[in-house]
Design a protein around this ligand. Structure first.
Ligand code: SAM
Length: 334
């Protein structure tokens, strides 16, 4: 578990840009809907199904509203209407950025820049409290205290939490290794900067200069050697997204460099660098958020101490191949 991460530097909260894009779930997305795959959806639909018409629900760490959308769909299928709120520390605006379900998202009350540790709602307000890969990102003592405060007596709660060794967490560890390989071992963006500077110096010199030509050629060779090493290490399409983002970005900057100033090109490379760092920060968040079995038990104890009863924990596994997807935690305010 971690407290609020401290990686906001000068580029905002590292989840801001992630959610200011047309995507619904943080991981495990179904390719057809963009929302969570069935293994995750089923548990949420079963949780939301018993809530009566008019129930008021709160989803913390909501991202672009993956869980609120499942709540809404469940209500619509049952001919009911829920009042659904989603909060996130990130600067979210799902109805603006997610195109697949604009009407449905407009029906949900989203509160960006809102931490679970300090909820802007009255006491005893909600019938249901949820979070998908969310509670474990927060400071648990403060957020559980807030959840207990805003829950009505009898309110039900369900959280899906990252588990050590589970599929998404293992993916995060692989992603971090890829980023370290690209940025620390190959130093690909540093080499791209050297290349651009050298190419501009040579191409914009007043007269042909063999020393500048030689430097530009060497810088190009060094960059291309790093790019080939990147390609050779990750030939499989699955893990290439990050590689392509960086390599294609540099290639585009190179191809179009004559239309732009060096400053503009270097700013573009800085942007790629910032995106890569934000991606690493999110993966690092996930890795640190993952709970061991003992940490899950401690969270269950915390809920009991704050007045929740019927606390149940368990493993959430994919039905098709039994992969561990996370922990499941349920309770009700007594
Ligand atoms: C892994 S994402 C999950 C988002 C969404 N629940 C989903 O499953 O698609 C974790 C989210 O928690 C948010 N978050 C992290 N710490 C938070 C906090 N203290 N309060 C509220 N949200 C937080 C992040 O901004 C991020 O959007």
């Amino acid at each position: 578990m971690n407290g609020p991460a401290d990686n906001e530097a000068n580029n905002g909260w590292h989840w801001d840009r992630y959610w200011q894009a047309d995507r619904l779930s943080a991981c495990l997305a179904d390719t057809a809907t963009g929302n969570y795959a069935q293994a995750i959806r089923t548990g949420w639909a079963a949780f939301f199904e018993p809530f009566p018409d008019g129930a008021r629900l709160l989803d913390i760490g909501t991202g672009n509203g993956a869980v609120p959308l499942i709540a809404r769909e469940t209500a619509v299928q049952a001919g009911r209407r829920f009042e659904i709120h989603g909060v996130d520390r990130a600067d979210i605006d799902p109805a603006r950025f997610v195109h697949a379900t604009p009407g449905a998202l407009a029906d949900i009350h989203f509160h960006g820049r809102t931490s679970a540790e300090s909820l802007p709602f009255p006491d005893r307000h909600f019938d249901g409290l949820t979070g998908q890969y969310a509670l474990e990102y927060t400071d648990p003592a403060s957020s559980v205290r807030e959840l207990a405060r805003v829950a009505k007596p009898g309110a039900r709660l369900r959280f899906v939490l990252h588990a050590e060794g589970a599929t998404p967490v293992a993916g995060a560890a692989r992603g971090l290794a890829e980023i370290a390989f690209l940025t620390e071992e190959l130093r690909i963006l540093d080499k791209a900067r050297v290349l651009m500077r050298a190419a501009f110096a040579f191409e914009q010199a007043n007269a042909f200069d063999t020393r500048l030509e030689d430097e530009a050629r060497k810088a190009r060779e060094q960059y291309l050697a790093a790019a080939r090493a990147a390609d050779a290490r990750y030939p499989g399409a699955g893990s290439k997204a990050l590689f392509s983002e960086i390599l294609d970005g540099v290639r585009a900057a190179w191809d179009h460099r004559r239309n732009f100033t060096l400053d503009y090109i270097l700013t573009g490379l800085d942007r790629i660098d910032q995106e890569t760092r934000a991606h690493a920060a999110r993966l690092e968040d996930m890795r640190r958020a993952a709970l061991s079995r003992e940490e899950l038990a401690a969270l269950a104890t915390l809920l009991r101490e704050k007045g929740f009863g019927g606390v149940r924990t368990g493993e959430l596994r994919a039905p098709e191949d039994a992969r561990l997807l996370g922990w499941e935690l349920q309770a009700a305010l007594t």
